[in-house]
Design a protein around this ligand. Sequence first.
Ligand code: 13P
Length: 252
Amino acid sequence: MRTPFVAGNWKMNKTISETRELVTALTLKLKEIGGVEKVLCPPFISLAAAAALLEGSGIGLGAQNMHWEEKGAYTGEVAPAMVKELCGYVILGHSERRAYFSESDEIVNRKLHAAQKVNLTPIVCVGETLEQYESNQTREVVSRQTSQGLKGVTSEFAPQIVVAYEPVWAIGTGKASTGEAANVVVRDFIRPAIAELYGQQTAQAIRVLYGGSVTGANAEEFFSQPDIDGALVGGASLKVDDFYAITKAAAR
Ligand code: 13P
């Protein structure tokens, strides 16, 4: 049995003081919901403030990115051990990082290995662009991102990885995929690529999330699918009632 998983990717939203407000409100609302792993991912600069407020709340904290090197002359970057002091999770290879910051599968894979080194739970994002979707390349793109991005970690660490299937055309557009279509991608492309790397048992143990215009209204459609274990939520994670509704749906 895979424990349901819901993470909020705040992206580049909320100042430190706004983070305090939102985390406080979310903590109060979410504490009654059990049986689901809950994670908030605010910007780096707010992680310390969020960590202090989340202590003992049962809600985890994640970073949205990190560098792969341990330390050194990388101006503006944040190292794995720095993230680890505050967080249990890290989002890797989000499509916005791939599109705007040239993150390749190879870079994502280096970051995954860095996460293994400090024992951070990685949330690895995969997903095809609109152009790739329209030219029927979903299988090829998602399989490649999964096998290249996830390769080479130990068989002990692999089951800890969380994968998020986020079709780029569904992100921030209000045009979510359907539960059925997303389930096909997870069942037929993502889990088989994982099975090729780590075997069937690990492929069945890894949580795979859906992301892309998830709301309180459509969450249930995705969570009722057998291969989808939760959601990586963008816009709706900034709204207390929406994120509560999504988390509640995942717990069912
Ligand atoms: P939206 O939920 O805003 O579409 O964003 C999804 C996403 O990119 C989460 O990582």
